[in-house]
Design a protein around this ligand. Structure first.
Ligand SMILES: Cc1cc2nc3c(=O)[nH]c(=O)nc-3n(C[C@H](O)[C@H](O)[C@H](O)COP(=O)(O)O)c2cc1C
Length: 312
């Protein structure tokens, strides 16, 4: 089984990926959070940091682009090729209102014919490999039938399916029936994404779909960075690896961000997921949440790691 790290804007940054890659079972592929093409054709400072090869050493990294304009996609893909990337990914899943209203992300799923024209132009102009990360529709799961017909017309490197519609955001359950239809009918290799947070869920997925060779995991890794090692039978993440992982991220952000508050804020976002791995997680999380300064934050983290489950 191949394991990919899902892109999460603001969370799975290059700082996070680098620390993860050094501390846990490396992922077979990583994806950057979405890059939005700009009029002037260059990358913002933040985007450049995400894609700089020296920030992503040893990782198989795929930059993700979010647009509904073929010319912008092609121009951005070419720029990424110059950085050495061999594959780029198209975001067809982002459910945010501002994105969808512009017909991007999951908003682009509204019109299968327009999507077809987009791919037609992209594949006639591009040399780099293209993969797609898609939801199964905007409103209704039935929309996926037409969308899959479009995907089947093009030689995608991979089709990553998060089987929810945009209306679900992250609620409800992934639609495994529609995913099963894709397994039967996709002309392109598939990767599954959605709600794999425990080893039992990964094993059950593998049993249900043994022919699917890749899964992408987001929140499961944030909650338990040792998840993939555990799924491969290497035991749970120990307290020391988690501590090293945390400290690497914290120190890197401290060196990059102006002022304590920004780093503490950023770290709290991570703990909102990671906290669930601790015993007394509610109590520890409350202390972390209250911290405003680095000194308070560091004391709360010391306390949290003292509460790490026995035997880890
Ligand atoms: C805060 C947040 C940010 C996300 N950012 C992106 C993104 O930049 N690109 C993308 O394709 N998906 C993004 N996603 C979706 C995830 O990649 C993934 O599809 C989703 O979390 C479901 O997988 P999971 O259940 O394994 O977490 C984001 C999700 C969340 C919660």
């Amino acid at each position: 089984m191949q394991y990919y790290m899902a892109p999460l804007e603001g969370i799975t940054t290059w700082v996070f990926r680098k620390a993860y890659h050094a501390c846990f079972r490396p992922m077979d592929k990583y994806f950057t959070p979405f890059l939005v093409p700009h009029e002037r054709g260059s990358f913002t400072h933040k985007e450049e940091n995400e894609i700089l090869p020296e920030h992503n050493q040893g990782q198989k990294l795929v930059p993700q682009i979010m647009t509904n304009r073929a010319a912008d996609f092609v121009r951005t893909a070419r720029a990424l090729e110059e950085y050495g990337y061999e594959e780029v990914n198209l975001n067809l899943g982002c459910p945010s209102g501002t994105v969808v209203s512009k017909g991007r992300g999951a908003g682009f799923l509204r019109d299968a014919e327009e999507l077809d024209r987009f791919f037609d132009q992209v594949f006639s102009e591009i040399g780099v490999k293209v993969s797609v990360k898609t939801r199964i529709g905007l409103q209704q799961p039935e929309e996926f039938e037409d969308l899959l017909k479009v995907y089947n017309r093009y030689p995608l490197e991979e089709l990553i399916i998060h089987p929810r519609v945009r209306q679900d955001f992250y609620k409800n359950h992934p639609n495994m029936e529609v995913f099963g239809m894709a397994v039967r009918e996709s002309a392109n290799p598939l990767c599954y994404n959605g709600d794999l947070c425990r080893t039992e869920e990964i094993a059950a997925f593998h049993q249900a779909f043994p022919e699917v060779e890749a899964v992408m995991i987001g929140r499961g890794i944030l909650k338990n960075p040792g998840l993939v090692g555990e799924a491969e039978g290497r035991g749970a993440a120990d307290a020391q690896s988690l501590r090293t992982f945390h400290d690497r991220i914290y120190q890197e952000y401290l060196s990059l961000m102006p002022g304590d508050k920004n780093t503490v804020f950023k770290m709290k976002e991570l703990w909102s997921y990671l906290g669930t791995i601790l015993e007394n997680s509610e109590k520890c999380w409350k202390k972390i949440k209250k911290a405003q300064t680095c000194a308070d934050y560091e004391a709360a983290v010391e306390n949290a790691f003292r509460n790490f489950p026995e035997g880890s």
